[in-house]
Design a protein around this ligand. Sequence first.
Ligand code: ZN
Length: 269
Amino acid sequence: MPGVGDGRPAIADIHGRCDALLACGWRRVEIAAQVTERGESLPIHAYFNSTSVDRVLIGGIHGREPAGAIALSRYAGRLASLGGAPHILLLPLLNPWGYSRHLRYGPSGQSVSDSDHLLGRAPAPACPEAAAITAFVLDAVRINPGAAVLDLHEDPVYEAPEYHLEGQGSYLYVSGEGGLDHPVARRVYRCLEASPLPLIKEGLTRFGEQLVDGVIVDTEDGSIDELLAKKRACCPVITTELVLHSEATPPLSERVSTYLHVLDAFFGP
Ligand SMILES: [Zn+2]
């Protein structure tokens, strides 16, 4: 794996920590694989402790946003200690190819979990991973109505030098009927608000979305989060963003630590 200058662990470390769940009765499925230039296969794994789930954890969709995948893998021990309740689907690293290369998208240059083909906006899946990942969450596992979703992203604003967002910190997307007032969303909101990477309350994202009190509500971005909100009635669907002014600003350790606290908030007191 080529080195990335932010200190992120190898893919094997992410998977190894999650594999510890298998000894606690969790199952692992390979949803798809990404093939490297050298013919190496990088599996995209799903872990779950029931085939009917009420919580969904997602990380590693975009390869320049490693903190979520790392935090989820480090949280696996805590998930094991929850003892089978609640019923959880964990998708820790959906784009290992991008993670290892520090690239946003997968090998086909498309978002690995793009869902526009199932939201009536595209005739076909954007890439093979998008076909497999969306089919998996809709067909292979039952995600119950009202399931809470947490999708951990980061926003590498340094990709767009002409763009400027005032402030250091975080913001979030919340979807689902009444999602913003849901206790799970309130806990995650308060956790980020009080974190060392606090919510940026006002401004415009580089995708042109207006932040209102640090939140964008019910966005239509073709993401797996929109898919889960609309096709599985998940609520709240929470997508968190940590703003990156360079690949190590703020430092990766601080971002992972923040996301470990967000995971605690997601699961509650
Ligand atoms: Zn992202």
